[in-house]
Design a protein around this ligand. Structure first.
Ligand code: NAP
Ligand code: MG
Length: 495
């Protein structure tokens, strides 16, 4: 599709703006709403219901009722699989609209939404749907006369609170395994990006998911998010977002019903490029997409480049050659290189880090906030060199298109710098030396280490971090562990 087609699709979108609770579209009980804005144009897309504690209460009650009814939780796994696969098909049929929705809602390049993000979300849903009837239980090796069944059972009501950077993906990463396991869900999307989650709830009903099994309540974090985190009848809370807010969910759980809390939080992921890297061009491609994809608003963005001093200049030159392909433009134009920042407030935060960077390092490229066609919040792809490992731009998560280049001379030094972070989400190593690849990977404290590639994602591979990047893992067979508990049943029988 070309620019004109995408603009036509975007104009004709029908954007759901009410919460979906118990299978019905409802206004917030308070009657309040908030404006959802397209950050590329500043235009208001819709007034969306601002859910609060009362709406969360209603959603949790409806989730609990549906869970207790057994309409989903006790449905044969193969039937759950069929419904979720049907949902995936409905989403595939609407791929274009979902991509346009995501693009206008949070500024993402439509070519990435249509070519990558939305198809990935659908594949992940399909993967977990297929898993629904492939989870086996265990029996313990006990003396004759005893049997103990060890079963994985759904927890009940799962709360999910997700961010705006990959709105539909983050919703699917939580909902798909939780639903496949038989739970009922209350999802709160980020206030900046509610539309694809609301559409998901509607499509799930069309696919045959019973009413009340997937409830979506848009609203603010401090109100709706907090109410979900503190709810006494929510069994598990799955969160993706900032480390600061992740910490709050631990507190909410401690001060309420000790619900299980699973966190996917921030990162400051290092990429280490060694002089024995056999293909510096390919490495430069990976590093630039690793920091500029989605305007750097990626938890696992490769925001720290650790490069060996002998190849530093060469490598920075290779990165500079790639910058023309990452210039800001209309997110609906398939030729644009970089989309809009999610909102003006976030763009100002990123600009404050860039100002700090100008004081503590050398600005090599970019560094300016710009508009496109006189509108919107955009930031140029930005590279700082001579960055000291203890400076702000080397330590804090910026969540923007800003790369900090740090030079090193020894392997041990690179590992030390890479691990010297409160985060431990992802890390990459570029080398052609097999022993070095294994040695360094083993010593990096990160949930996802990648060799000769940056930020690979597959539904079959776990994703998540160490340290203040979080707990638990999304994706893969391990995701379902978070949404189930082991239940043992002892049986004494006569021999
Ligand atoms: P955020 O501010 O932490 O928000 C995430 C979610 O939490 C939103 O739905 C937000 O609601 C809600 N929230 C905010 N304050 C809350 C509160 N006091 N109580 C309860 N809920 C609250 O994060 P973001 O700015 O949307 O996303 C960026 C962050 O997400 C980055 O730190 C990034 O690293 C992280 N992230 C991590 C991963 C991962 O897998 N590790 C993936 C993607 C993003 P509202 O926005 O509606 O107020
Ligand atoms: Mg928006």
């Amino acid at each position: 599709m070309n620019l004109t087609d995408w603009h036509r699709t975007a104009r004709s979108l029908s954007l759901g703006n009410r919460a979906v609770i118990g299978g019905r579209q409802v206004e917030a009980r308070s009657g309040q709403g908030f404006a959802s804005v397209n950050p590329a144009t500043g235009e208001t897309l819709a007034e969306v219901a601002a859910g609060d504690a009362e709406d969360i209460d209603a959603a949790v009650a409806s989730a609990r009722n549906s869970f207790e009814s057994g309409a989903w939780s006790r449905r044969a796994p193969v039937e759950r699989k069929k419904v979720l696969l049907r949902l995936a098909e409905l989403m595939r049929a609407e791929l274009t609209e979902l991509a346009a929705m995501e693009s206008v809602d949070m500024g993402k390049l439509v070519r990435h939404a249509a070519g990558n993000d939305i198809p990935a979300a659908i594949n992940i849903l399909q993967w977990h749907a297929e898993e629904a009837d492939k989870v086996y239980d265990e029996m313990a090796p006990l003396p004759e006369g005893n049997a103990a069944l060890i079963r994985r059972v759904p927890l009940g009501v799962v709360g999910a609170v997700v961010p705006w950077n990959f709105p539909l993906n983050m919703a699917i990463w939580k909902c798909a395994p939780a639903l496949a396991a038989g739970n009922s869900v209350v999802l709160k999307p980020a206030e900046q990006s509610p539309f694809t989650a609301l559409r998901l709830a509607q499509l799930a009903l069309d696919a045959g998911l019973p009413e009340g099994v997937l409830n979506v309540v848009p609203g603010f974090g401090e109100t709706a998010g907090q109410a979900l985190g503190r709810h006494m009848d929510v069994d598990c809370l799955a969160f993706t977002g900032s480390t600061a807010v992740g910490r709050l969910f631990l507190k909410y759980a401690g001060e309420s019903n000790m619900k299980q809390v699973w966190l996917e939080c921030g990162g400051k992921s290092p990429v280490i490029v060694f002089p024995d890297c056999g293909d510096l061009e390919a490495a430069a491609d990976q590093v630039s997409s690793g920091i500029f994809y989605n305007q750097g608003q990626v938890c696992s963005a490769s925001s720290r480049l650790l490069v060996h001093q002998s190849i530093e200049k060469t490598f920075i030159d290779l990165l500079l050659k790639r910058l023309p392909a990452y210039q800001p433009g209309d997110p609906l134009d398939p030729k644009s290189g970089l989309g809009a920042m999610v909102e003006a407030k976030h763009a100002s935060n990123v600009m404050r880090f860039i100002d700090e960077g100008r004081r503590e390092a050398t600005l090599v490229a970019g560094g300016k906030a710009v508009t496109v066609g006189g509108k919107g919040s955009f930031i140029e792809p930005t590279i700082f060199a001579d960055v000291k490992p203890d400076s702000t731009i080397a330590r804090d998560e910026i969540f923007g298109p800003v790369l900090s280049v740090i030079r090193f001379s020894e392997e041990d030094e690179a590992i030390r710098i890479a691990n010297d972070s409160i985060y431990g989400l992802a890390a990459s190593v570029f080398t052609d030396d097999l022993s070095r690849a294994h040695r360094v990977s083993a010593r990096l404290t990160a949930g996802v280490v990648a060799v000769n590639v940056v930020d690979p994602v597959s539904p079959a591979v776990p994703f998540g971090g160490f340290k203040q990047s979080g707990s638990g893992r999304d994706l893969s067979r391990h995701a379902i562990e978070k949404y189930t508990a082991l239940k043992t049943t002892w049986i004494r029988y006569r021999c």
